[in-house]
Design a protein around this ligand. Sequence first.
Ligand SMILES: [Zn+2]
Length: 430
Amino acid sequence: MTRETSVSAAAKPDDDEYLLLRGGRLFDGTGDDLVTDGAVLVEGQRIAAAGPEGDLDVPDDATVVDVGDRTLMPGIVDAHTHLTIFNSRVRGRFRLSDPKNSLPYNTIRAMESVASYIDKGVTTQREVGGRDFISASVRDAIEEGRIPGPRLLPSGPILTPTAGLDDKRPYFVEGNLANGWEVNGRQEVVKAVREQKKAGVSTIKVDASGAWTAFSDSKTPTMSEEEMAAAVEEAHKFGLRVAAHAQATEGIKNAARAGVDTIEHATYLDEEGLELILDNDIIVVPTLIPFEEFLDAGEGVEMNESQRQALKDDRAAQRESFVMAHENGVQLAVGSDAIPPMVPHGDTHREIRHFHRLGFSKSDALVAATKSSAEAVGLGDEIGTLEPDKSADIIAVEGNPLDDLDVLADSSNPTVVVKEGAVVKDERPA
Ligand SMILES: [Zn+2]
């Protein structure tokens, strides 16, 4: 699961430091074609210019990183991750007796997770549900330069109604378990959002429907429109964004009417739901990986026959809804929903390939994983493309992903990772 890596927690560069990344090809993420002899000039933490090297005005004292015959592209943005959900959470129910449910163990796993993301070229990740407020602390440690990791947008436990997806609590037990935070009614929702604000999250996750792992299934709407609207109103007051797990047809509509910022999955989407998503400018993060890969994953997933059938039904519906949303102009963003050991953290390239397999051109799939994902996490002006004044989040990959998306999966890629102007990984051969 882990691999050798040389990724570091490099200090942020000063404003007057220049860095020139000189490459064979440049894909700036705006959807345009490749630039040959491309380069990116970085001033401090920001992009000063990107384009053919001959067009750039490079100061004499710039540090030059020649990436040779590689492709420069924006860092990948993963809009749907969980730092502290791994195998034991995916088995039908949370196991009270498992000592690995401890917060210290989960914290160590979360630190390992963020290192995997940045190592594999994900320079920004949004968390949409985890244990306690581990990810907020991990974010702080990354920002202080103590540990390597991407720009992290943390969440807390997922707001779930009783018997909702992230309620893992048997009725005879009290308190919240795993990554859920039980709320019922407007008042409890508002209080939970305020508590999570205090703890330093940037995203509120709500359960608009169940799933095959839960007390309520993927066709059952759970949190009401009124409850989600309360979450949105309170979260937006604080500048937080709201993501809704919505698989059920009515759950999707409830979430869209409530005005959430992103809908995760949108599995059983119908015409009315589609219209509501378009009318409310909601970005959908489908997360194809769990649907496409968990059925055959073996280790880590325990499911009985009826759960297996439910997941097969979900997979068929997810594919249809994805195509329907894409063909009708819904903005789709890449989120991996990676849960080890089935899918290792940072393997966001697998989601990019699923987008392509279900109808996205290669360049559109890359744009979905950079520009669209940046917009999904609310940072469209800051990251996602290689344009002047944006944060210098850049990766260099061996080969040309516009020819062959599989190069992103090579263990040697990306060779170079730059985050906020700092070279945090450089594995060019000496
Ligand atoms: Zn998820």
